[in-house]
Write a protein of this length. Structure first.
Ligand code: ZN
Length: 317
């Protein structure tokens, strides 16, 4: 069969994930390179050429590139409005990538392509109305309505992580506001809340003991302690689930999704996290919206971005 391959690229702060994927969403090759701020586009172009040579294929084998990048993206022009960590401001990523690789390219925000990846090959399971929330060091979001990402007027659609969860007196967020969902439901947020909750907690606790012994607190420690029925850990997770369930219910009430997909490192906690979220979600969701929606754990892990990249290359070029 002589079908063309799609190139999926997922640009992160430390690594760039890359893949050749066929039209059916199957991996031909998957690899990653280091993110070197000064030479991102050139490095991607070189990596594509090197991989083609390794596989003994001509450039004509590739249909084009779909790439996810951090920060808000102008989907029409493929420019990045701003990516603070990469030092980009109004950076014409699509133009540079096309010039350097000789291939057509389409660019979207990294959380958005992860959502598209889950829609195509992951927990979306055929659904075209989907909310995807990624709980990692931050909280990312992607909203898909009738198969299309909601970009909004200047690329900030679907920023679920910056929904205000604590209107007054919340913790500071990287975006400049306070009280964002990200300050509560990210890995960093969970560990901050655990440390705060500990100060008020007077009984014995596995979590407390571990913190005293190691001098550190992580979201993984919280979920491990929860697995042993630690009361303090349960309080922390319930607090996080309350805010996630509330925010997701409000987003769901606006877009009436079929699936709500929870991904990112924190989602490895699985049902221990999803069950309390589901409970809170059901409290706050408009009943008819609740009937139509199910909450699931993301299935693609770190592959979601490159698969979503391949999807936009397949459908938008
Ligand atoms: Zn924020």
């Amino acid at each position: 069969m002589n079908e063309k391959w799609l190139v999926g690229v997922d640009l992160g702060g430390t690594t760039i994930k890359m893949a050749f994927i066929n039209q059916y969403g199957e991996f031909i090759a998957k690899w990653e390179i280091d993110t070197i701020k000064e030479s991102i586009v050139t490095d991607i172009a070189k990596a594509i050429d090197a991989k083609l040579e390794e596989l003994d294929q001509p450039k004509e084998k590739l249909a084009g590139i779909g790439m996810g990048a951090p920060g808000p993206v102008n989907f029409a022009t493929g420019a990045i409005y701003e990516a603070v960590n990469l030092g980009w401001k109004n950076y014409p990523l699509k133009s540079h990538l096309e010039l350097e690789t000789g291939l057509p390219a389409v660019i979207d925000n990294d959380a958005n392509i992860a959502a598209l990846g889950e829609m195509w090959k992951g927990a979306g399971d055929g659904s075209k109305d989907l909310i995807c929330v990624t709980l990692g060091t931050g909280v990312g979001g992607g909203i898909i309505s009738n198969g299309e990402i909601i970009h909004g007027v200047n690329g900030a659609g679907g920023e679920i992580g910056h929904i205000t969860s604590v209107p007054e007196g919340g913790a500071s967020c990287n975006c400049g506001k306070t009280g964002c969902l990200e300050t509560i439901a990210s890995a960093t947020g969970i560990s901050r809340i655990a440390v705060e909750a500990m100060k008020e907690y007077e009984k014995d606790s596995i979590l407390k003991t571990q913190y005293e012994q190691t001098g550190q607190m992580t979201s993984k420690m919280v979920f491990d302690a929860l697995a042993e029925n630690d009361e303090l850990a349960k309080q922390v997770v319930d607090h996080v689930a309350f805010h996630l369930g509330l925010a997701l219910a409000n987003v769901a009430n606006s877009v009436n999704p079929e699936k709500i997909v929870v991904g990112g490192g924190v989602s490895k906690a699985g049902e221990k996290l999803i069950n309390p979220i589901r409970e809170q979600f059901n409290r706050f969701v408009f009943p008819r919206v609740g009937e139509g929606a199910s909450i699931a754990i993301a299935q693609l892990g770190n592959d979601a971005g490159v698969i979503g990249g391949a999807w936009i290359a397949k459908t938008k070029l």
